[in-house]
Design a protein around this ligand. Structure first.
Ligand code: ADP
Length: 490
């Protein structure tokens, strides 16, 4: 199959979160199955700084923004590369005015005000590039709101174009909470007819909703866990789009993300000081010591070290953590936190870190190396999410013998089995989970985990059950391939 992946970020070229991990790894694994994979990404400042071997694709594209027939033409330049170690072709669309910025979508003060123009440009830019490069994709697989217009364009503006891509569109929602909602003045910039601005298609509460466009027009929709596929059809998790999800339920599938063990494996991880595996855990003890030193915490091998690696957003349960902060600080434990996000959380967490300097290591930054060190050095990883489409950190944590404490929602519910003596005996339990979004339940789980931690044999059994699980991409890739094939046979 000729498959084009389109996303606003992908490892190893650009990243703000799990989307990048998934798009990078999925492309790589599809390629292993001998399919032709081409990936389109914006050329960010971050990308230019991280790779040196860009080749000019000698192709310039004209992207009209403003009307179907023309509007203002923005010029884009195509650059080419490969995902290292694969034959996945990567095309970057350069338009410095839009993408040569310090961040991908926002600063701590908020979203970039021209995000609509930036990603309208990107979506049309991808389609113009496909035409210019004479690519013949069978499937265009789009990810999240930034690419939501592509399925719309394929069935409208580009339907009648000469040499138009005959591809089917496949759309994955990684997080329904981010919809690309913009003022209706954005509608003319898309070049689409105003008739699409209605509540069955692209309108949502008086605004243009780019994600909704993708969900309505795509041929197949997936999301990143079976539980989340169910949840988003309910008002509690649907962010106002549960009706759309219900309407499209027969084309909606949940495929759990895999993780890339080439990047996340304590036996080979270049970012951690000592390697280890389930049958040889000594290296983990050294990682813990180094993490404590690195965070200027007292080196105490037997005190539970809790880790958090997270965007600091409401979704991730930061409020719940703040609610129980003083209470958990009464316990004999340490906490290392790595994250960036909303200013209010930065301030609140900084106050807590100042209050408990001997117990808390706070890192308000984005730092991949430290993310690996925390995942290896901590004893437990906290994920008290309000909702979680899939979540990757709990899967990384399992591999590193770091026991996840999670709220039972979305992908966290699908991947972590709550501790019980029976579960240890049957080799099923992998962590601690609590049902409701409640500070009390979260605190109970932390207390229970710390109690079990004191029983070294049980704790090591729990670690090993998680470490020996297989969450590689192989299974998920096969599921994507089945859906691609089904779509092509339709
Ligand atoms: P989301 O995409 O919702 O943020 P996921 O769990 O799917 O959550 O993926 C988060 C990814 O981003 C993981 O690879 C995690 O290690 C990484 N990450 C999140 N915050 C940071 C940070 N501050 N520094 C380094 N990596 C981070």
């Amino acid at each position: 199959m000729n498959i084009i992946q389109v996303a606003s970020e992908a490892v190893p070229f650009s990243k703000t979160g799990g989307l990048a991990d998934v798009v990078g790894a999925l492309s790589k694994h599809l390629n292993k199955h001998k399919h032709n994979i081409t990936l389109f990404l914006p050329l960010y400042k971050q990308t230019k700084e991280s790779i040196g071997d860009l080749i000019s694709a000698a192709t310039e594209i004209k992207v009209p923004i403003g009307s179907a027939s023309g509007g203002q033409n923005h010029l884009g330049l195509l650059w080419q590369s490969k995902i290292p170690g694969t034959t996945v072709k990567v095309f970057f669309i350069q338009h410095d005015e839009f993408f040569n910025r310090d961040n991908l979508y926002s600063t701590p003060a908020g979203d970039y005000p021209d995000n609509a123009e930036r990603f309208i440009f990107f979506c049309r830019g991808v389609l113009e590039s496909i035409l210019a490069l004479k690519l013949k994709p069978d499937i265009i697989h789009c990810h999240d709101w930034q690419t939501g217009l592509i399925p719309v364009y394929l069935k409208t503006l580009y339907r009648s174009k000469k040499d138009r891509p005959a591809a089917k569109s496949f759309f994955t929602v990684h997080n329904l909470g981010y919809q690309g909602l913009f003022n209706q003045s954005v509608m003319p910039l898309t070049g689409l007819d105003w008739s699409l601005y209605n509540w069955h298609q692209m309108e949502f509460c008086g605004k243009v909703n780019l994600l909704k466009g993708g969900l309505i027009f795509a041929d197949t929709i997936t999301t990143v866990s079976a539980r989340y596929a169910q949840e988003i059809q309910t008002p509690e998790f649907g962010h106002g789009l549960h009706g759309v999800m219900q309407e499209r339920a027969s084309d909606l599938h949940g495929i759990i993300n895999g993780i890339d063990y080439a990047e996340w494996n304590p036996q080979t991880d270049p970012f951690i000081p000592e390697h280890y595996q389930s049958s040889r855990l000594a290296g983990k003890i050294k990682c813990k010591k180094l993490l404590q030193e690195n965070q200027h915490l007292p080196v105490k091998p037997n005190v539970p070290l809790l880790g958090i690696v997270s965007r600091l957003a409401q979704q991730k349960g930061v409020d719940l953590l703040l609610d129980i902060f003083d209470k958990i600080m009464e316990m004999d434990l340490q906490l290392v936190l790595l994250g960036t996000g909303e200013e209010k959380y930065h301030t609140a967490l900084q106050e807590m870190a100042q209050k408990y300097p001997d117990k808390v290591g706070l890192n308000i930054t984005f730092d991949n190396r430290l993310a690996h060190l925390i995942t290896a050095g901590a004893d437990m990883l906290l994920l008290p999410s309000r909702y979680e489409p899939c979540g990757l950190n709990q899967l990384y944590a399992l591999k590193y013998g770091t026991v996840p404490i999670v709220r039972e929602t979305g992908g966290l519910a699908d991947t972590i089995i709550n501790f019980s003596d029976e579960g240890i005996k049957n080799k099923k339990s992998t962590g601690f989970s609590f049902k409701n979004y409640s500070a009390k339940e979260f605190l109970e789980s932390v207390k229970q985990a710390c109690a079990v931690y004191r029983n070294r044999t049980t704790w090591q059994n729990l670690m090993k059950i998680g470490m020996e699980q297989d969450w590689s991409w192989d299974r998920s890739t096969t599921e994507y391939l089945k859906l691609y094939q089904k779509l092509l046979n339709k």
